[in-house]
Design a protein around this ligand. Sequence first.
Ligand code: AMP
Length: 503
Amino acid sequence: MTNPLYDTLFGQHHQNSAVFLQLPGGKTLSYEGFLGMAAQYAGYLTQIGLTPGDRVAVQIEKSPEALAVYAACTQAGLVFLPLNTAYTADEVAYFVENSGAGILLCDDRKHRDLTPVAARCGARLETLNGDGSGSFTQHAASLPQTFETVARSEDDLAAFLYTSGTTGRSKGAMLNQGNLLSNAKVLTDFWRFTQDDVLLHALPIFHTHGLFVATNITLLAGGQMIFLPKFDLDQVIADMPRATTMMGVPTFYTRLLGDARFTKDLTAHMRLFVSGSAPLLAETHVQFEGRTGHRILERYGMTETSMNTSNPYEGERRAGTVGFPLPGVELKITDSQTGATLPQGEIGEIEVRGPNVFQGYWQMPEKTAEELRSDGFFITGDLGQIDADGYVSIVGRNKDLIIAGGYNIYPKEIELLLDQQDGVLESAVIGVPHADFGESVVGILVPMPGATLDLDHIKASIGKSLARFKQPQTLVILPELPRNTMGKVQKNALREQLVVSVN
Ligand code: AMP
């Protein structure tokens, strides 16, 4: 019997008494202990009648137990479906209904609101809290710490990750064992992970970054994770001396840079800092190197594909770029209208193909056909370009492209310029509806602490470098940009907010 994902990531550690997770308060959990827990959960999920291919939806806080549910699903051949802890009961109802999940695990605090949701969708409801307590772990506690692994192949589904759905309904991206396994192998090798690594893990585990990238690599290499419930600046700084690597979203790194305790000494022993999920400002990259001597390694990926590109481990990590396609991944830049490959250097739609690319959207054949070509290339929805040396850079999401008076305007070009203006900490550029031009350009500026922005001066200054049609017609000052947990600027929220105040 084989189960490629389980055997490769988890099964190899059955007799491994080494530490897998370092937990707050000095506690640790060994590989064996973790797998014993997972086996009990697999036993319980099977005992209540779930069979291979069934979906297990979880909206639970990050904990070793929560991670063991992922392992349990893999071992029992079930499809793991983690949900953002910020979703409301109404949003969760959609995911449970859409996926046809057989069970929903939630926190005690959400149990009351989710009871009618689960009943309506015909899903069993159990609790699992951040401290490991709850009906689920209680029921599983009396079961054996071994479980006969269910046979699966690389073609069998392992997880559904719902896309963040900033436009339209969220879609369930179906990932099979082969998708997850191929990416884990490539990244472990590419970023040189070994059993000596200790990864500082402060990311959520309902998203591909913290769940698959960080966890699968650590499991494959047999290393350890310092497993923090969330990003807490003091905790991260306190734990850094025990880590060798860290993965984060750009906001982790800007917050670290904002703290005087984050020094060259504190990071001298570190082997690698990885950033992704949102653009890392070139300036953050440069500042980080100035402060620590380390160049952050930026990579690019998404829910549907796991990781696509990475800056090199050895060789130049180029600020403002996401590096090269990973081994086995093909990447091309195409014309959004015709799908034809564009000449090197031009901006277009990023398309990728490889063993990492998902199997389509659950029960949405039309959406799948729109984005996943029959030749296997996935139209990512990101706009990008490739420089003369082969480094890929992301210019923005296709849907954020502004079209004013028939001209294409790439927000990133304007944002880079706005970021350089006196007193500007960061910026975002969006299009809002305009009666004449279709859309007009709005620049949102966040001042540095204590700075007062001179908007007339800024307008005049960027006017020197930007064609007239690209110049923001309105500049707005906000104390901060709305971001989700993965550090992505929520341009939809900005559009909604500003369409009212601008018009
Ligand atoms: P998600 O599916 O939530 O992981 O979001 C994926 C999207 O995040 C991609 O399609 C990109 O738009 C964005 N993204 C991920 N990594 C990067 C990066 N290094 N630089 C810029 N954007 C990124």
